[in-house]
Design a binder for this molecule. Structure first.
Ligand code: COA
Length: 147
């Protein structure tokens, strides 16, 4: 399957984010703080002219880490019928490559418990104890040092 990954505007990734991560909830719950910041990037994985997966990268530090140049990944979502085909991995690798280009020291994010193994496969580690995000469920802070 021939896929490409493109940088997209927030509006182009919201439908996938909504369908996969906020299904049944108001569309506004799909908007994240910083989505329109100059340094934020949204990537879409495109298969036959259709966006089937998305991920976003924010220039944001987490208090749990001391590294100076930190980036946060959010909104990792692959349409259900396209999951487990390696597309999520491709998007994370793209986000990582982009962060490396921007001289990132560390990438971090809040991972849903159901996705923990996916990120561990990509060499992300857990920091601290799991915590609850209201209406979404148990999460772990996960990270990877890039330097
Ligand atoms: C989690 C998610 C992003 C993974 O994307 P994906 O395209 O399905 O995953 P990939 O096919 O790239 O998987 C890469 C590897 O991780 C494994 N993997 C993927 N999802 C997994 C899961 N939920 N649990 C355990 N392993 C998983 C795959 O088997 C594969 O392993 P391999 O390289 O040994 O074959 C995707 O399933 C998804 O969008 N889920 C719903 C939304 C979600 O949970 N997003 C993350 C919020 S933190």
């Amino acid at each position: 399957m021939k896929t490409t990954i493109k940088e997209l505007k927030p509006e182009a990734i919201y439908p996938i984010r909504h369908e996969v991560l906020r299904k049944g909830k108001p569309f506004e719950t799909t908007f994240f703080e910083g989505d329109h910041d100059e340094k934020t990037k949204h990537f879409g994985l495109i298969l036959e002219n259709k966006v089937v997966g998305v991920v976003s990268v924010y220039k944001k530090n987490c208090d749990s880490f001391e590294e100076k140049e930190q980036f946060q990944i959010r909104g990792m979502a692959i349409l259900e019928e396209f999951q487990k085909k390696g597309f999520g991995k491709l998007l994370i690798e793209k986000a990582e490559a982009d962060c490396s280009k921007q001289k990132a020291d560390l990438i971090w994010f809040n991972a849903r418990e159901s996705a923990k193994k996916f990120y561990e496969n990509l060499n992300y580690k857990i920091n601290g104890k799991p915590f609850d995000i209201e209406n979404v469920g148990l999460h772990y802070i996960m990270f990877k040092k890039l330097k």
